[in-house]
Write a protein that binds this ligand. Structure first.
Ligand code: NAI
Length: 241
């Protein structure tokens, strides 16, 4: 029997990449999983594979986030875990904060920072005591990476502030800050030669894989972490220390 039997988890951005690995890991531990994503085609396939349900959501849209939470409640009777993983990358090495197109910047922040708060706002009224939120940060928060890093600094701050606001309701809030991880998105955004140079600087000289991250997620959601809240955990092969 899995450690999350009877628990209900929403994972945003779960149609592929790290979010998909999170959804699969949670289902593997017996949780009922809501696979939430903009991408209906791939999201529905992941939902089917994990025996869960698909919710088409734009995390930046309050109505859409509320519909996602409502679906979880209708289908499974409540919510225990919210994993705020959805994000877009943007031209993180191309655009400077100081000159980036303002409308693009606002859309980017609406998804990558406000999206996590928006989903938390939609879900928390339905979350049971002993529940937990995990926000997906990045080591980009600790190094220069323009507006992508700025959004992740915001995610870290959001994690701390929400931990205070929700602790009294029995809900813990933590964040995982992965180092560069081998996903379709990484391969699209980061050129191959740059990846080679990058990993040479890590203590463990390779990119992470989504499977490298799931152990931390499961720990943070579990009762073993019942006195852990408001923290950001690097899982990065020794990229940053
Ligand atoms: P990905 O691009 O492969 O997956 C992101 C998913 O989010 C996609 O399925 C996409 O459809 C969905 N999504 C995008 N905008 C959305 C929206 N507005 N509403 C709902 N869903 C939306 O990304 P990847 O690489 O799996 O990364 C996942 C998370 O991990 C992101 O938060 C990213 O910032 C973070 N991260 C990734 C690292 C990496 O090297 N891949 C390293 C550190 C953090």
């Amino acid at each position: 029997m899995g450690r999350f039997e009877g628990k209900v988890a929403i994972v945003t951005g779960a149609a592929r990449g790290i979010g998909e690995a999170y959804a699969r890991a949670l289902a593997g531990e017996g949780a009922s999983v809501v696979v939430a994503d903009l991408d209906a085609e791939r999201g529905a396939k992941v939902a089917e594979a994990v025996g869960g349900v698909f919710a088409r959501v734009d995390v930046s849209d309050p109505d859409s986030a509320r519909a996602m939470a409502d679906l979880a409640v209708e289908r499974y009777g409540g919510i225990d875990f919210l994993v705020n993983n959805a994000a877009i990358y943007g031209g993180m090495r191309l655009d400077l904060l100081i000159t980036v197109d303002w409308d693009y910047y606002k859309r980017f922040m609406a998804v990558n920072l406000d999206g996590a708060l928006n989903c938390a706002r939609a879900c928390y009224p339905h979350m049971r005591r002993g529940g937990a939120i995990v926000n997906q940060s990045s080591t980009a928060a600790w190094v220069y990476s323009g507006f992508y890093g700025l959004a992740k600094v915001g995610v870290n701050g959001l994690t701390q502030q929400l931990a205070h606001e929700l602790g009294g309701r029995g809900i813990r809030v933590n964040a995982i800050a992965p180092g560069p991880t081998d996903t379709e998105a990484t391969r699209t955004v980061v050129p191959e030669p740059y990846i080679g140079d990058l990993v040479k600087q890590f203590a463990i000289k390779r990119l992470g894989t989504p499977a490298d991250l799931t152990g931390m997620l499961l720990f943070l959601l579990s009762d073993e972490a019942s006195w852990v809240t408001g923290q950001v955990f690097n899982v990065d092969g020794g990229q940053v220390f």
